[in-house]
Design a protein around this ligand. Sequence first.
Ligand SMILES: [Zn+2]
Length: 304
Amino acid sequence: MNTGQLVIVGVDMGATHIRICLLSPDGQVLVTAKERSLPVVENGMAEGLAGFIGRFIAERGAGVAAVMIGFPASIARDRKRIMSTPNLPCAASEFVDLADNLARRLQCPVAFERDVNLQLSYDVSERRLGDKLVLGCYLGTGFGFSVWLNGAPYVGAHGVAGELGHIPLGDDAARCGCGNKGCLETLCSGVALARWYQGAARDYPLSDIFTCAGDDSYITGFIDTAAKAIATGVNLFDPEHVLLGGGVMDMENFPYPRLIARAGDFIRKPLPYEEITFAKASSSAFNGAIGAARMARRIMLPAT
Ligand SMILES: [Zn+2]
């Protein structure tokens, strides 16, 4: 089979792009690459993913020690069963037994993780916050949230903890992609922001929304809703650090100072308000894939 070294593989499977990271056993990033997701998986998820990973492995003449794949999905506590992927262009049946199928094809352990947990895992390792309680709030297509607790992402009793995007702090009349009504994401998400932008004629592109409409009452209300959601997470978990990121927050002139100030209005005093620190999450596109590979190295390889 393989004659070269073993590598650890991390994959970040997004709706638009799929990204891969190969890691050496001692933790060095060997390769990062991205391709469009749809061509990789359109003829079958298991075959497509195994082929995609296999190509990069073959190029290095290496073997695979472990594979961790991040999905924008709810994943059961066994970190194998994918329960809901509203943002991926695939039928739910594609995910049945996917981890075991991939493990057979790739001849190595395969596990899955929610994508925001991998993003936070990356940010925590870069900032050396592994022993802290850290919240990641990622405002992108949806409202991603992740809790770093006791040295790992906190996943709850069933694997689905941290769904801040689905607290009932949204439009009571609107149905969320998850099936419930009134979720936060119906008001506070990239999808909601784009819907507002498209609801009238604008003389600026969507990417300039915070530059050209920052004082509009819709945008100030949008930021207030995000602040209330972040404060809810902070008041529940009492973290040391909150990292803020995601595609919407990465947009030009996103009002970070206002968001943090408004979150502060709703955070309990004197604590955690007086001690908490906010920081921007890193926004490199390969964080999720690198985070996946690092987590695989940490939890899927036999201890040496
Ligand atoms: Zn929902």
